[in-house]
Design a protein around this ligand. Structure first.
Ligand SMILES: *[C@@H]1O[C@H](CO)[C@@H](O)[C@H](O)[C@H]1NC(C)=O
Ligand SMILES: *[C@@H]1O[C@H](CO)[C@@H](O)[C@H](O)[C@H]1NC(C)=O
Ligand SMILES: *[C@@H]1O[C@H](CO)[C@@H](O)[C@H](O)[C@H]1NC(C)=O
Ligand SMILES: *[C@@H]1O[C@H](CO)[C@@H](O)[C@H](O)[C@H]1NC(C)=O
Ligand SMILES: *[C@@H]1O[C@H](CO)[C@@H](O)[C@H](O)[C@H]1NC(C)=O
Ligand SMILES: *[C@@H]1O[C@H](CO)[C@@H](O)[C@H](O)[C@H]1NC(C)=O
Ligand SMILES: *[C@@H]1O[C@H](CO)[C@@H](O)[C@H](O)[C@H]1NC(C)=O
Ligand SMILES: *[C@@H]1O[C@H](CO)[C@@H](O)[C@H](O)[C@H]1NC(C)=O
Ligand SMILES: *[C@@H]1O[C@H](CO)[C@@H](O)[C@H](O)[C@H]1NC(C)=O
Length: 399
C-alpha cells in the first residue's frame, strides 16, 4: 500500500521463488518512493526494511512528520536525489523526537547498522525557520538534530545537501568507520533570529571518521570533536559564519573521562567565524576529566576570524578559580601549522592553559595572521611550547 507497486510485486516474486528465511523478503532491486501527500515516514521506514536500495527521485519531496528509527540496518543504500523535508511541527517533535541525554538533545532521524550509504545529490531540509523563531522566545526549546548516525559501522554519506537544520545538522554517536564527503550545509534565517547552534558535525564516542570536501554555512561549530572522538580526519572544508573547528568542550561532567585523540584537520578555509582552530576544556570545581592528545590543525586560511588560533583550558572558569581548580583535562601533542589570514581583533593566537604542566608539547609553526590594524598579539598562559615559533610567544615556556 505504501510503496511503489513494482517494488511490492518484485518482493512477492522474490519471496515466492527463493524462499527467504526472514519474514520480510529483501528486494534485490531498487524501490522508488513517491510522495503520498500525507506523512511519508511510514512508507520510507517500510521501504528501508524491505528493499536494499531505496530511491527518492529528483522531483520528489517526502514529507516526514513522524520520527525515523532506522537503527540496525544491514547493507542498505538510500539514493536521495529529491528532498526529505522534516515538517516543522514543534509540539510533535519536542514530545516525540528521539531523546539523547548528552547535552539534552533530540533528533528527527537515527540511522545505524552495518554498511549503509546515503547518496544521490538530494536535500535534507530541516525547515529550521520556525525553530529559529521559536527558540528566540524559548531558550530551553528542544530542537532536533537533522541526522544522527547511531551505532553505525561502515556508513558513507556522500553528495547530499543539508539545509536549515533546527539545531546540529549531524551527530555521529557510538559509530565506527564513517565517511562524509561532498556535503553542502547551509543554515540561514530570513528573520532577525539567527540559525543558533546549527553545528555542521558533532562526533561523540566514535572512531575512524572522515569528513572531507564540503562547504558549510552555519551558526555554530563547523566540526566539533566531543568526548571520545578518536582517529578523525577532516579535510578540504569551506566554513563560513561558524564557531570553528573545535575540540570540545571537554571535561564538563563530573565522573566522566573524555578522550579526544588522533585528530587531523587540514586544508580548511574559515571565513567570518568566531574561532578558527580551537581546543576548549573545562576547569573549576565539580567538573570532569580527560585527555586531548595528538591533534593537528594544518593549512588553515582564515578571513575575519575573531580567534584564529585558540586553546582555552579554563573554559567557563575565571582566572582565580582556574588556578584553584585547574582543568583535569590534559592537553598534549598539539600542532597548529600553516595558519594564515586575518583576525577581527588584535590577538591572533591565544593559548590559555591551567597551571602545572597540563598543556604540554604545543607546537605552533608558520603562523601568518594579521589583525585589522596595528601589531598582531600572541598571548600565552601556562603553556609548554614546542616547535620553532617561540619568538612569537615570549610568555610561553619553551621545551
Ligand atoms: C529503534 O528500533 C530498534 C530496532 O527495531 C529498537 O531496538 C529501538 O528500541 C528503537 N528505538 C526507539 C527509541 O524507539
Ligand atoms: C553493502 O551494501 C550494498 C547495498 O547498499 C551492497 O551492494 C554491498 O555488496 C554491501 N557490501 C558488503 C561488503 O556487504
Ligand atoms: C549516544 O547514545 C547513547 C546511548 O543511547 C546515549 O547515552 C548518549 O547520550 C548519546 N550521545 C549523544 C551525544 O547524544
Ligand atoms: C520551551 O521548550 C521546552 C522544551 O521543548 C518546553 O518544555 C517548554 O514548555 C517550552 N516553554 C514555553 C514557555 O513554551
Ligand atoms: C571556498 O572559499 C573560498 C574563499 O572564501 C572561495 O573562494 C571558494 O569559492 C569556496 N569554495 C566553495 C566550493 O564554496
Ligand atoms: C571514553 O572512553 C574511556 C575509555 O574507554 C571510558 O573510560 C570513558 O568512560 C569514555 N567516555 C565517554 C564520555 O564515553
Ligand atoms: C592513535 O594513533 C596511534 C598511532 O596510529 C595508535 O597507536 C593509537 O592507538 C591511537 N589512539 C586511539 C585512541 O585510537
Ligand atoms: C596522530 O593522529 C593521526 C590521525 O589524525 C594519525 O595518522 C597518526 O598516526 C597519529 N600519530 C600518533 C603518534 O599517534
Ligand atoms: C605546512 O608547511 C610545511 C613546511 O612549512 C609543509 O611541509 C607542509 O606540507 C605544510 N602543510 C600544508 C597542509 O600546507
Amino acid at each position: 500500500m505504501y510503496i511503489a507497486l513494482l517494488c511490492v510485486l518484485l518482493q512477492l516474486w522474490l519471496g515466492a521463488n527463493f524462499g527467504h528465511a526472514s519474514s520480510q523478503a529483501v528486494s534485490a532491486t531498487a524501490c522508488t518512493l513517491k510522495a503520498t501527500g500525507r506523512d511519508d515516514a511510514p512508507q520510507f521506514l517500510h521501504a528501508v526494511q524491505t528493499c536494499s536500495t531505496v530511491v527518492i527521485p529528483e522531483a520528489t519531496t517526502l514529507n516526514i512528520a513522524t520520527r525515523l528509527n532506522m537503527t540496525g540496518l544491514v547493507n542498505k543504500h538510500i539514493n536521495l536525489a529529491g528532498t526529505i523535508r522534516f515538517s516543522p511541527d514543534i509540539p510533535y517533535w519536542t514530545g516525540n523526537g528521539f531523546f539523547f541525554p548528552f547535552q539534552t538533545q533530540i533528533t528527527f532521524w537515527v540511522l545505524g547498522g552495518n554498511n549503509i550509504t546515503l547518496t544521490g545529490g538530494g536535500t535534507l531540509d530541516g525547515a529550521g525557520q520556525a525553530w529559529y523563531d521559536a527558540f528566540a522566545t524559548n531558550s530551553t526549546l528542544l530542537r532536533p538534530i537533522t541526522l544522527t548516525i547511531f551505532q553505525g559501522t561502515g556508513v558513507t554519506v556522500e553528495g547530499i545537501k543539508m539545509i536549515n537544520g533546527p539545531e546540529w545538522h549531524n551527530l555521529i554517536n557510538e559509530s565506527k568507520d564513517v565517511i562524509y564527503q561532498n556535503i553542502h550545509i547551509s543554515a540561514t534565517s530570513t528573520s532577525s533570529h539567527g540559525p543558533a547552534n546549527t553545528d555542521g558535525w558533532n562526533i561523540y564516542r566514535s572512531d575512524n571518521v572522515v569528513i572531507r570536501d564540503s562547504v558549510i554555512i552555519n551558526g555554530d561549530d563547523c566540526v566539533a570533536f566531543k568526548p571520545n572522538a578518536t582517529n578523525v580526519v577532516v579535510s578540504n572544508l569551506n566554513c563560513t559564519g561558524s564557531h570553528g573547528i573545535s575540540v570540545g568542550s571537554l571535561g564538563q561532567f563530573p565522573g566522566m573521562f573524555d578522550i579526544v585523540e588522533n585528530v587531523t584537520a587540514t586544508n580548511i578555509r574559515m571565513s567570518n567565524a568566531q574561532n578558527g582552530a580551537r581546543i576548549k576544556a573545562w576547569a573549576g570545581p565539580n567538573v570532569g576529566s580527560g585527555i586531548v592528545k595528538n591533534i593537528t590543525f594544518d593549512g588553515f586560511i582564515e578571513s575575519k576570524v575573531d580567534h584564529p588560533v585558540i586553546i582555552d583550558q579554563c573554559y567557563m572558569t575565571n582566572a582565580a578559580a582556574c588556578v584553584e581548580f585547574p582543568s583535569n583535562t590534559f592537553i598534549q601533542d598539539v600542532w597548529f601549522n600553516n595558519i594564515s589570514g586575518t583576525s577581527t581583533g588584535s590577538v591572533v593566537a591565544a593559548l590559555s592553559c591551567s597551571p602545572d604542566g597540563r598543556c604540554s608539547n604545543i607546537n605552533v609553526n608558520n603562523l601568518k595572521l594579521s589583525p585589522p590594524s596595528g601589531t598582531a598579539k600572541f598571548t600565552c598562559q601556562n603553556v609548554v611550547i614546542g616547535g620553532n615559533s617561540a619568538t612569537l610567544f615570549p610568555a610561553c615556556t619553551v621545551t
